[in-house]
Design a binder for this molecule. Sequence first.
Ligand code: AMP
Ligand code: GLY
Length: 421
Amino acid sequence: MTDVLVVGGGGREHALVWKISQSSRAGRIYCIPGNGGISNLAECVPLKATDIDGIKAFALERKVDMAVIGPDDPLAAGITDVLEEAGIRTFGPGKKAARIEASKVFSKGLMLKYGIPTAKHEVFDEYGAALKYLKSCDYPAVIKADGLALGKGVIIAENFTEASRAVEDIMVKKVFGEAGRSIVAEEYLEGTEVTVLAFTDGDKVVPMVSSQDHKRAYDSDKGPNTGGMGTFSPSRIYSPAMAEICMKTIFEPSVKAMSSEGNPFKGVLYFGLMITADGPRLLEYNSRFGDPEAQVVLPRLKTDILDIFDAVIDNKLDSVRIEWEESAAVCVVAASGGYPVKYEKGFEITGLDKAESREGILVFHAGTEKHGGRYYTSGGRVLGVTALADNLEAAAQKAYEAISDISFKGMYYRRDIAKTR
Ligand code: AMP
Ligand code: GLY
């Protein structure tokens, strides 16, 4: 049996813990820090996901057989290198490879050097030079802080005034701290965004089923950007022909590029694609499963996930056959009133049992805590209600029926997930 430690405490980690718990080989499951829902499947340990020394000590003490890292920040801080050094088999890229997400300057440089189709870009580490360029570039233009900025480091500027404000915030006022030491300014691309997650062992790459994320807070893509208000899988526009083009021009070249640069990437590589009239373009890489993409992709995975993790860690990805359900999945996120700006926590959540008793429904917890058998809100994104069905329309209907069973003070969710694209 394999004792597994999952690092992270959001909806993505609940989906991971749930999938791992279904493995015939799963032994004890631990989660740091976990959440209210995860605590029903795993022993949750109150350490921070970025407390690398604490996590290492815990993993050694409990003699875990494998660690699985969910979020970007411990990966960027080098948790995989530290755990592997201590003899703990770890699923997730090392610090050098995690730069593919943690530095946009690095990732855009890689795309340019290896001819991977992406938006044209310029890099600036000096405020004056950035302003000069933005005076004469085309609009809309996209400004990105180099480093990790909790998903807020990308600004789409409609004109020079907006662009100069963004650059001043990032480079002069340093609203994202060191993440804003350099910026990338790039061409605005029009199209439909598709996420493809892929398993890679540094050499071979196996894409998972496609998905799409709704990032804006309100219906019809209005309101502020969030971590993701809902997802669906598969994408309607990501055809087998498109998948083949992406494999040849984006996925395989990216994995090869990382190896050629001496940073073989092992783990899940997230490709944020824009499908434009001129073909697919790569917007960004992430070094991990997407959240809430994992909540619609993992429920469709038929293969034992621990077999895949082992194969990735041992550089033997071609030894497993990765299979998927033909079904469709839709995840609707229930958020706290005021999210992503300002919201209250600590409200009781009711109706979970009723929602979960419905056929084809999985409720993944994100910001929840469990006390005395009851669940309370503890974050901005609270729950992700995932439904599986034969097609996207049926899955969306089921997800909306189930979410209507659930309530907490201030709860809101988008009504158009999987319906508009
Ligand atoms: P990123 O973190 O690079 O994925 O950017 C966050 C979001 O900004 C993406 O999911 C897109 O919605 C948007 N975005 C980023 N780059 C571009 C671009 N070049 N053109 C249009 N939209 C973009
Ligand atoms: N849903 C977007 C992300 O995980 O980065």
